[in-house]
Write a protein that binds this ligand. Structure first.
Ligand code: TYD
Length: 218
């Protein structure tokens, strides 16, 4: 295990806006449940009561949230989320499926907001006491195609120009290249069922020890 509790399984999903994470996460939940595993489903920003307050501030607060302030708000949410929810769940041996983690901050704040990849990584390693996921699934899609999928009202980050989203995509791909043992890059322009089939193939060997004759370990 890469996560430093030595227990549980920490799975994160990453990708640009409207890459289809929500659909895939729900399909993962259904699949794990069928296998007798009750995963902890969580997300950033959010995932805790305090986190949801921070989430509302960042995504729907004033237009002029300064980039450094934005980076610190995400990191504060993450610090609390890891300390109070995710780390305890892993220590108990649970499977955690999380929508976004520190790679989001590296791509969005580090690169797209130009605050620096190393600085943002270090800030977040400190905030989380160095907790890395066991596996990160990157849903990769051209932002132009992703934007065409959007139907609901846009939040503050989604309203950024297309170049902002292109930078995020390139940074994610660079992160995946730098850590190939943690990242799996999935072509997210395909159908949801094709993407899900790949995800299940990737996760199957990792979840074996959590399944005993179709029943999850306690
Ligand atoms: P959300 O509605 O959760 O979007 P999505 O479904 O695409 O995950 O909004 C989260 C937004 O916050 C999204 O635009 C990415 C951004 N974000 C950051 O900029 N930095 C971060 O560290 C995180 C976790 C998210």
């Amino acid at each position: 295990m890469r996560n430093d509790t030595g227990r549980g399984l920490f799975i994160t999903l990453e990708g640009g806006d409207s890459c289809g994470k929500t659909t895939q996460i729900e399909l993962i939940r259904q699949w794990l449940t069928e296998l007798g595993i009750t995963p902890v489903m969580t997300r950033e920003p959010g995932g805790t009561a305090l986190g949801n307050e921070i989430r509302a501030l960042i995504l729907h607060g004033p237009e002029d949230v300064d980039p450094r302030c934005e980076a610190l708000l995400y990191a504060a949410d993450r610090a609390y989320h890891m300390a109070t929810k995710v780390r305890p769940a892993l220590t108990q041996g649970r499977v955690v499926v999380q929508d976004r983690y520190l790679d989001s901050s590296v791509a969005y704040q580090g690169t797209a907001r130009a605050l620096g990849v190393e600085e943002i990584r270090e800030l977040n390693m400190w905030a989380t006491n160095n907790l890395l996921p066991d596996v990160t699934l990157l849903l990769d899609i051209d932002p132009v195609k992703a934007q065409a999928r959007r139907t609901r009202e846009l939040d503050r980050l989604e309203r950024e120009p297309i170049e902002f989203h292109q930078r995020i995509r390139q940074q994610y791909l660079a992160l995946a290249q730098a850590e190939p043992e943690r990242f799996h890059v999935l072509d997210a322009a395909r159908s949801p069922s094709e993407i899900q089939a790949d995800i299940r193939r990737i996760l199957t060997p990792l979840i074996q020890s959590f399944v005993i004759d179709g029943q999850a370990q306690s």
